[in-house]
Write a protein that binds this ligand. Structure first.
Ligand SMILES: [Zn+2]
Ligand SMILES: [Zn+2]
Length: 175
């Protein structure tokens, strides 16, 4: 029971970490190495194969940039965690391996057929694909919680933008 609670607790921290990395990967500045790695994720066409390519099984995602993107955003914190708390760390690492290799391409994350209520809670299908059409929203992985909490989901981000525009136009009218 204690292990289960730890896994759930660490899972939330881990998803917050990956959300933060993803937000940072979309901040433009010259030496943003996260962005350099992550841009490969956006260049990839996800409609090619249901089964993972052979190199995915070896946890190599085709090239250094794509692999580093996964390692820094997801794998590294779990490896560190496994040193300090081996059993929950290993459980999350196993989950991460299965998800990344078998589900993250066009089975869940980039599957346009997944729509509706499930995408309100899990950042799969249409929720994650919106991030591919608008890189200023929907940064969460696995669960959508952090986008809703920080109002970076597609509706929250739009509302924030509209609000800023409204304030700017009011300010310019007041001048
Ligand atoms: Zn994606
Ligand atoms: Zn992205």
């Amino acid at each position: 029971m204690e292990i289960l609670l730890k896994v759930i607790g660490y899972f939330f921290v881990w998803t917050l970490y990956s959300y933060t990395c993803h937000v940072l990967a979309h901040v433009r500045f010259k030496y943003n190495f996260l962005q350099y790695f992550h841009m490969k994720h956006h260049a990839y066409k996800y409609d090619d194969t249901f089964w993972p390519p052979w190199h995915d099984y070896l946890f190599w995602f085709g090239d250094l940039r794509s692999s580093m993107d996964v390692y820094l955003t997801f794998t590294l914190p779990l490896v560190v965690l496994t040193f300090f708390d081996p059993i929950p760390g290993a459980i999350l690492l196993a989950f991460h391996y299965v998800y990344e290799v078998f589900l993250s391409r066009n089975v869940l994350d980039h599957n346009p057929k997944i729509t509706g209520v499930i995408t309100r809670y899990l950042s799969i299908g249409s929720f994650h694909l919106k991030h591919h059409t608008n890189v200023r929203c929907n940064f969460s992985f696995y669960i959508t919680l952090w986008d809703y909490l920080f109002r970076t989901d597609d509706k929250g981000a739009k509302a924030k933008r509209d609000n800023r525009r409204l304030k700017a136009s009011k300010a310019s009218k007041a001048l």
